[in-house]
Design a protein. Structure first.
Length: 154
């Protein structure tokens, strides 16, 4: 993801949750769990200030395939480009499983919001949504560093 896209996405969703500090707090809560919260069999996560829900359970194999696809997409801007047949099949299966899943987030400090894991708005060019990458995949330190760089450049 490009720096500008990351910053604009964080700014957009920060407004919904009451500011950048609240958004960083949300990210910290999600990332502080030992096991990825998306592996919850209940398809939900609850905390005193945060509730996250999604349509159905996500299994470890699917999540591993998704994280591999994110790395490939960030590196080559296409998660399917030049994949071996076995990896292509695995990625396509992951996309079929995750395509209908929407994640809903509620906080005590702002508006509720939802997003899909996959962006299928462009035909034959499925991508992972930027907000999903920010909340569940990218390192918190990298996000904070990118925001600090932007703030000092103003």
């Amino acid at each position: 993801m490009k720096k500008e896209e990351l910053i604009s996405t964080v700014e957009e969703y920060s407004k919904l949750v009451g500011g950048v500090d609240n958004f960083i707090e949300l990210l910290t809560t999600v990332k502080s769990n030992r096991e990825n919260i998306l592996l919850s069999k209940e398809a939900s996560y609850k905390d005193k200030d945060l509730e996250i829900q999604w349509k159905k359970s996500i299994y470890k194999e699917t999540l591993t395939s998704l994280f591999t696809a994110i790395k490939k997409e960030d590196k080559e801007s296409d998660m399917l480009n030049n994949l071996a047949p076995k990896e292509y099949k695995s990625t396509m299966t992951m996309m079929k499983i995750l395509k209908p899943i929407s994640i809903s987030i509620s906080t005590n400090k702002g508006e509720d919001f939802s997003f899909n894991i996959l962006d299928t708005s462009e035909a034959k060019k499925t991508k992972i949504t930027p907000i999903f990458k920010i909340i569940f995949f990218y390192n918190l330190g990298m996000i904070k560093q990118t925001l600090d760089i932007e703030i000092t450049n103003d």
